[in-house]
Design a protein. Structure first.
Lengths: 167, 289
């Protein structure tokens, strides 16, 4: 099968590659670029573990062709914080125990990221609705909701880029 | 889980897309947001050898107030429709429906044109279009034509579109006397509905229902227009007895079949319940204004 060229901005860096047209965005990120923070869960558009931002909007990257991201901006979990410099949402999930096994967490955090950009002070109903495309089989969601509320508070205080120890 | 290999085309105009479809015929599929098509391709239920991506054709994403209708571009995302103030104000039923489709992440990719032309009997938008008497604009290289929503949905996954035609716009009627609601019974968030009901009422100033459109999701090979239910509501006051009779008629008009989401009998019973709730919700919308 003839390969085609795709190019997009991933975590503020231009990336391009020759790919098979059928390559899914999640496979492009994980296998071509080595960005394995985006997880593959159900592969059937249900679980949301593969959530990334496409031009700022959360999408399930197992159900998007890499070619559909041509010329667009993609943000993955690697693009919003690092171990030394956590994003407030990452810090909030840590502080409020918003994860147990952690498999769904990158997707939860990116879906929360989109929510907080649109709605900086969401109530529980809004949070539940915004995360309704992301499944967690450990937490029962209660601590995830606490985490998003706490993240909203941290963001309001203008806290960006901090170390866990410094919080 | 990957789709089977295919050749990818990214036309820059509707005419170019249409001529590609003509060239490749039944081996080609149009790609809109891909939220139905890509899952089917991953499951190998569909394996087109040519994929024609409509995503790079400029000018197909918009919502415009045209006085007596909202014009919505085929590639407008469901999420944009859900968050549009214009839609919420001028056409609450469409806003309400968009909010109930799949989940927020799927809505960010999924488009109104894809939702309609996929013609899945459990998709929510078709019922809203049929109940409201919307029009669908189809275009090809040779020009365009307008198809009434009532004639658009032919069968499961089958529409009135010809192979070279592309759904480019939806015209959703609006007006101060129209009131609509869409309610859906679902097993869990983001799942396909068990039963969905769209009701659009045309009200006179003295509170009578002048005309009504009722359409049903998930209880037939394609969207079901409950014509008799609409007739019962026409020209009368919407009291309990009238709503009950219309709801029973809708249940009789449904053609449900049993599956994992419930037996045919259960679905028919739910059509009656949901029709009653939807008519009331639509009528309430009027008094709230």
């Amino acid at each position: 099968m003839t390969k085609v060229r795709v190019s997009m901005e991933v975590n503020q860096q231009m990336r391009d590659a020759q790919i098979e047209p059928r390559l899914l965005l999640v496979s492009f990120l994980r296998e071509e670029l080595g960005l394995t923070g985006t997880h593959v869960g159900c592969e059937t558009t249900n679980c949301g573990a593969c959530t990334v931002l496409l031009d700022g909007r959360g999408v399930k990257s197992c159900t998007v062709l890499a070619l559909q991201a041509e010329g667009k901006k993609v943000t993955t979990i690697e693009g919003i914080g690092t171990a030394e410099n956590l994003n407030p949402i990452q810090l909030a999930f840590w502080e409020k125990h918003g994860l147990q096994c952690g498999f769904c967490t990158p997707g939860m955090i990116l879906a929360s990221y989109e929510l907080l950009e649109v709605e900086p002070d969401p109530d529980e109903k809004v949070i539940r609705e915004a995360l309704s495309g992301n499944l967690c089989r450990c937490t029962g969601y209660v601590n995830i909701i606490k985490s998003v509320k706490y993240a909203a508070k941290l963001r309001k205080k203008g806290m960006r880029g901090m170390r866990k120890g410094a919080a | 889980m990957n789709p089977k290999s295919f050749e990818y085309h990214a036309p820059k105009s509707v005419a170019e897309a249409s001529s590609l479809a003509e060239e490749y015929g039944v081996d080609a599929k149009f790609l809109a947001g891909g939220q139905s098509l890509i899952p089917l391709m991953k499951l190998r239920l569909l394996s087109p050898s040519h994929l024609i991506d409509l995503g790079r054709i400029p000018g197909l994403s918009y919502i415009r107030d045209e006085g007596n209708h909202l014009a919505i571009g085929a590639m407008e995302r469901i999420a944009e429709i859900a968050r549009s103030d214009l839609v919420r104000k001028q056409c609450p039923i469409l806003s309400q429906c968009a909010h109930q489709i799949a989940d927020p992440l799927v809505r960010n990719m999924g488009t109104i044109g894809g939702n309609l032309s996929h013609a899945d009997p459990t998709n929510d938008m078709p019922a809203v279009m049929v109940a409201a008497g919307a029009s669908i604009v189809a275009a090809s290289g040779q020009g365009s034509r307008v198809i009434p929503a009532g004639d658009f949905f032919v069968d499961t996954f089958t529409t009135a579109l010809k192979g070279t035609e592309i759904l480019v716009e939806v015209k959703m009627p609006i007006g101060p006397t129209r009131r609509g609601a869409y309610l859906k019974l679902e097993r869990q968030a983001g799942d396909f509905g068990i039963v969905g009901v769209a009701a659009v009422l045309e009200m006179s100033s003295d509170g009578r229902c002048v005309a009504a459109g009722i359409a049903l999701t998930g209880v037939g090979p394609t969207v079901v227009k409950a014509t008799r239910a609409g007739e019962i509501l026409k020209g009368v006051e919407l009291d309990k007895n009238t709503i009950d009779r219309a709801s029973r008629a809708a249940a009789e008009e449904a053609q449900p079949s049993g599956d994992l989401r419930g037996s045919a009998e259960y679905k028919r019973a739910m059509v009656e319940v949901m029709t009653s709730r939807t008519i009331r919700a639509a009528a309430r919308r009027q008094t709230e204004r």
